[in-house]
Write a protein that binds this ligand. Structure first.
Ligand SMILES: Cc1cc2nc3c(=O)[nH]c(=O)nc-3n(C[C@H](O)[C@H](O)[C@H](O)COP(=O)(O)OP(=O)(O)OC[C@H]3O[C@@H](n4cnc5c(N)ncnc54)[C@H](O)[C@@H]3O)c2cc1C
Length: 300
């Protein structure tokens, strides 16, 4: 049994910010993380996605170099996907090192392992029990899957795979299922990199259907269309079918049924809270039907 003022479950931006804040207030802090400190944002989200977006933007600019009065002596440029991914991994690695160092300097005890809340509100990890005067649950979220659409990490992937790709080349054709922030972001990356990109969204607005102001979302939709993304709003995707060369993606829109063959499918239909198997029930932490922790305004 180890005692701390605060035990944090999860080392993503929510968890490490809470841990650093508590440590700088002079509290003793333990933070349990099953993968790497930095969470989704650093390893599978914002940072790698922005690095790839930037690579795609550079490629698009170079591809149009002649319009800007810059001649490429060897003709058309080609994307170098492994190089873009090496740069992405380098940026993530550097930030991960910086964050780990910062946590160490602030004396946050980082424990590698899967943490579970216990009945009395402690956190069990690797056979040890960490007891805090307060426990903060920051388990974050994971990609949502579509039933019947097996994510194999190769032909059918999520943003977790797309942000950690070790593939030696880009797919030639991709279907992005879901036009939210993540789907639109990757549709932009792939389109700019010269991949034939089809964006399938169930809601009436094909790009960013929920969230931002329509005027803003429409600017992105127009930009994607102009660059060549094939956008299908109100598209209901059916069961995927593997073929020798790729995946058949059937979908229905108000215009009728259609089917496309692609090399890869990116499933980006949203994320769900990672509250399965964190011991919430045993600890009496209420989780609603969709997996969200129910919080109240009670203070410690
Ligand atoms: C592709 C993509 C792009 C994004 N781009 C942006 C962006 O541009 N701007 C932006 O603001 N946001 C962006 N986001 C969202 C951002 O990543 C999240 O809002 C942020 O990571 C949430 O932080 P968190 O700490 O709540 O959860 P997470 O970052 O998910 O961290 C949770 C951590 O808890 C750990 N954990 C979970 N359960 C346990 C357990 N039982 N035991 C031990 N450890 C556990 C996990 O391993 C994880 O490291 C993006 C997300 C994705 C997927």
């Amino acid at each position: 049994m180890s005692d701390y003022d605060v035990v944090v479950l999860g080392g993503g931006p929510g968890g490490y910010a809470a841990a650093l804040y508590a440590a700088s207030a002079g509290l003793s802090v333990a933070m349990v993380e099953k993968e790497k400190v930095g969470g989704t944002c650093l390893h599978r989200g914002c940072i790698p996605a922005k690095s790839l977006l930037h690579a795609a933007e550079v490629f698009r600019t170079v591809n149009h170099a002649a319009e800007h009065g810059v001649r490429l002596p060897d003709g058309k440029p080609e994307p170098d996907w492994p190089a873009a991914n090496r740069r992405r991994a380098g940026i993530v690695g550097q930030l991960h090192k910086g964050l780990s160092g910062l946590l160490k300097r602030r004396k946050v005890t980082v424990i590698d392992g899967w943490g579970r809340l216990t009945a009395d509100g402690a956190v069990a990890v690797n056979g040890d029990t960490l007891r805090g005067r307060g426990t903060i649950v920051c388990a974050g979220s994971v990609p949502r899957a579509i039933p019947g659409m097996d994510v194999d990490g190769e032909r059918v992937v999520t943003s977790d795979h797309a942000t950690n790709s070790e593939a030696d080349r880009l797919p030639e054709r991709i279907a992005v299922i879901g036009g939210g922030v993540i789907g639109s972001e990757f549709a932009s990356v792939y389109t700019d990199m010269g991949v034939q990109t089809t964006l399938l969204e169930a809601l009436p607005d094909g790009v960013l259907p929920i969230g931002p102001d329509r005027d803003v979302a429409d600017v992105l939709a127009r930009s994607l269309k102009r660059r060549g993304t094939d956008i299908h709003p109100e598209a209901r995707v059916g069961s995927l079918e593997r073929t020798g060369n790729g995946v058949l993606v059937p979908f229905e829109t108000p215009k009728g049924s259609d089917k496309i063959e692609v090399d890869q499918v990116l499933v980006s239909i949203g994320r769900r809270p990672a509250t399965e198997d964190i011991g919430a029930e045993e600890a009496g932490v209420r989780v609603d039907g969709r997996g969200f922790v129910e919080v109240d305004t009670t203070t410690m």
